[in-house]
Ligand binder design. Structure first.
Ligand SMILES: O=P(O)(O)OC[C@H]1O[C@H](OP(=O)(O)OP(=O)(O)O)[C@H](O)[C@@H]1O
Ligand SMILES: O=c1cc[nH]c(=O)[nH]1
Length: 182
């Protein structure tokens, strides 16, 4: 099987813009809402969305942070080598706020479960929503769903969705990679 590009170029950017408009529909000027990207790859999504929102709403204060989940994963004790956490950077209050969590891919849902645990250390939000750029449907291990979805993909376990970003990888692209060996 060949790798399949699911989204790239202008359509990728249009998808990001559509997600921003959906967020504005529910969060108005974001005065009571914050964005949190999940490390390591959700932070690129959160940054891109925050940048777009700042363009659309120049008078708003869009707050965006990064959350590391390394030691909240349910498999972290199973790792053979020492784990190196990523940076958590949340320099705003989330207590009583509407938090929009973001990740590039939603697959089993285990990353999101860990992120919910990790976020507890920062306070009790009024509400938590999830934005996923790619939703791999029918693959959940736990009951998690996204409130905002870029694209939905039907896939099998041996495949992997890989998201590349202009800022870090040189181009915006979502590829369904075939036959990933574990
Ligand atoms: O819904 P889940 O099954 O948790 O998978 C989704 C997560 O997997 C990816 O990260 P990463 O490649 O770091 O994780 P992986 O090692 O599980 O593939 C991706 O960036 C999401 O954070
Ligand atoms: O398809 C997948 C599954 C988990 N993590 C990814 O980045 N892609």
């Amino acid at each position: 099987m060949q790798n399949l590009t699911l989204l790239d170029g202008q359509k990728f950017q249009i998808t990001i813009q559509r997600l921003c408009r959906q967020l504005i529909e529910n969060h108005n000027d974001f005065s009571g809402s914050v964005l949190i990207g999940i490390q390591p790859r959700g932070i690129y999504l959160a940054k891109r969305v925050a940048d777009e929102l700042r363009k659309i709403l120049p008078d708003s204060n869009i707050q965006q942070g990064d959350l590391d989940i390394t030691f909240y994963r349910d498999d972290f004790r199973r790792q053979g080598s020492p784990l190196v956490p990523n940076q958590t950077k949340i320099d705003f209050i989330i207590e009583g706020k509407k938090v929009i969590m973001m990740d590039d891919v939603l697959w089993t849902g285990r990353t999101i479960r860990a992120a919910m645990d990790a976020m507890q250390a920062f306070g009790r939000p009024e509400k938590v929503e999830l934005l996923a750029l790619v939703d791999r449907r029918y693959s959940r291990h736990i009951p998690v769903s996204a409130d905002y979805v870029g694209i939905e993909v039907d896939s099998i376990a041996s495949q992997k969705v890989v998201v590349s970003w202009k800022e870090t990888d040189g181009e915006d692209r979502i590829v369904l990679v075939s036959e990933v060996k574990e």
